[in-house]
Design a binder for this molecule. Structure first.
Ligand code: SF4
Length: 469
């Protein structure tokens, strides 16, 4: 009880500080945000390293593309939405929740994910080529009670950041709104095809403040419509305009392949997204998951190296574009490699199966007949945690894509089974599709990783020399 009161008081304090900062004039805002970082460090200083807090202060105190972008966000996003997301995703999830998940991991004897991704439904209003949602087979749903129980149990362990995918989550808009309304101290990011975004849902997003969207696109209209169906691109663009008019937070989710990788990172494409008010873009490497998945869309080493440099150039301190880009396969160094299996994240499909990752469809735990704590203790998750990082080279993080033998071994040892109800794929079949890819990527990954380490070392030496002067 005492803890709950202290928590509420702490949240209120941060809320008041944020209210104050948002009222500041542009000139004073930087100072205000540095005050926020100082306050967080004072209260929750043990969560992140001192270096991380220093980096945040440096970021805020330096005039750069990103500090200017922060100004732009404050000026364009609805203040209630911005404050709620900062409090829920940042304070509750990123700081307090992160600390609690770490503490609870020690208590329960296995890692506690800081983000949980779940599928409200496997149903979708579109029929996209190669979508993993279709791979699970028939239409399945998590009831509102299932989702509520999952979020409630996860919250007890500290998790406050949730994501939804599917299927198309917005097929279940009404239940999602009820869930987000009840858990108004959590943040929910929804991966959506965007075609079901309407005024009523935007009103709900604005009222609640704790929902943000990531809209799927494959490129310009021919690529998006080619995969998702005629007219989809225009509907996604219209959804972005609507979200923008309500001052909501949204970005894009892009699966890059050997075919579209240059288009989806071109200046022209990014300028188009910026003109639509997109704030971030998550880039996902194509994964050949499913019995019928093609390997032709896997990138060759030159193509993947292009992505490595290009994504970093786009989000650089200056130049590039003011859109925050993250490449989940080439950015593993920032999170210590693979984050799946409950280390920082896991996935619950619409059948309730608790899987290590949205791309890894194997499990021996289900939320319908096990508690959340028991699901986290499933043998496959423990095997993940024992094996992580799967490679010292963070450009080879995955036990499937870059280290295919590791996944087959874990599945064999733990007896986890395929969660694809229609066409179960053996881990051998899945990993065999990645073997040639992994072998060809290895030398390039080695050379890039050595270069990366040398550059980091040089920066650290220059900084300590500067400090010594
Ligand atoms: S299993 Fe592979 S795709 Fe999933 S988080 Fe780990 S590295 Fe990424």
């Amino acid at each position: 009880m005492q803890n709950k009161i202290a928590h509420a008081a702490e949240r209120k304090t941060f809320e008041l500080i944020l209210d104050g900062v948002m009222k500041y004039t542009k000139k004073e805002r930087t100072k205000g945000f540095i005050q926020v970082v100082n306050a967080i460090e004072k209260v929750l200083g043990d969560v992140w390293s001192k270096d991380a807090y220093d980096k945040m202060r440096e970021f805020l105190g330096t005039d750069s593309k990103w500090s200017r972008q922060l100004e732009h966000i404050i000026d364009t996003v609805d203040p209630h939405v911005l404050k709620t997301l900062m409090l829920n995703a940042g304070y509750e999830g990123g700081f307090r929740g992160f600390r609690d998940t770490m503490k609870n991991a020690e208590k329960i004897g296995c890692d506690v994910p800081y983000v949980v991704l779940f599928d409200p439904t496997s149903a979708c209003n579109l029929h996209c080529t190669g979508c993993w949602a279709a791979e699970y087979g028939k239409t399945l749903n998590l009831s509102l009670e299932d989702m509520d129980s999952l979020v409630t149990q996860a919250k007890e362990l500290g998790t406050h950041n949730f994501m939804m995918t599917g299927g198309e989550p917005l097929v279940r808009k009404a239940d999602i709104v009820k869930l987000c309304e009840k858990h108004n101290d959590c943040a929910f990011m929804i991966f959506t095809n965007g075609t079901l975004v309407d005024d009523a849902f935007c009103e709900d997003m604005k009222r609640l403040g704790n929902i943000w969207l990531s809209l799927s696109v494959e490129g310009f209209s021919s690529a998006t419509d080619g995969r998702r169906g005629e007219g989809t691109f225009d509907r996604v663009m219209a959804a972005m305009d609507k979200l923008h008019s309500y001052g909501l937070v949204y970005g894009t989710s892009i699966c890059y392949t050997s075919v579209n990788y240059k288009d989806v990172t071109s200046d022209e494409f990014l300028d188009m997204l910026l003109s639509k008010g997109v704030l971030f873009s998550w880039y996902f490497h194509y994964m050949p998951v499913g019995n019928d998945a093609s390997t032709d869309l896997l990138l060759n080493p030159e193509q993947r190296e292009y992505m490595y440099h290009r994504i970093r150039a786009i989000r650089d301190w200056e130049g590039g574009k003011p859109i925050f880009t993250m490449d989940f396969q080439n950015d593993a160094e920032f999170v210590g490699g693979c984050i799946a299996g409950g280390k920082y994240y896991c996935h619950v499909n619409a059948n309730g199966d608790v899987e290590p990752c949205v791309f890894i469809h194997y499990s021996s735990a289900n939320i319908h007949n096990m508690s959340w704590v028991d699901c986290l203790h499933q043998p496959l998750f423990l095997a993940y945690q024992k094996g992580q990082p799967f490679n010292e080279n963070m450009l080879r993080p995955c036990p499937m894509l870059e280290n295919p033998g590791r996944l087959t071994q874990m599945i064999r040892e733990t007896g986890a089974v395929s969660t694809d109800l229609l066409s179960p794929e053996s881990s051998e079949h899945l990993c065999d599709k990645c073997t040639a890819y992994a072998q060809s990527w290895q030398p390039c990954a080695q050379h890039l990783w050595e270069e990366n380490r040398a550059a980091k070392q040089a920066t650290a030496e220059a900084k300590s020399a500067q400090a010594a002067e």
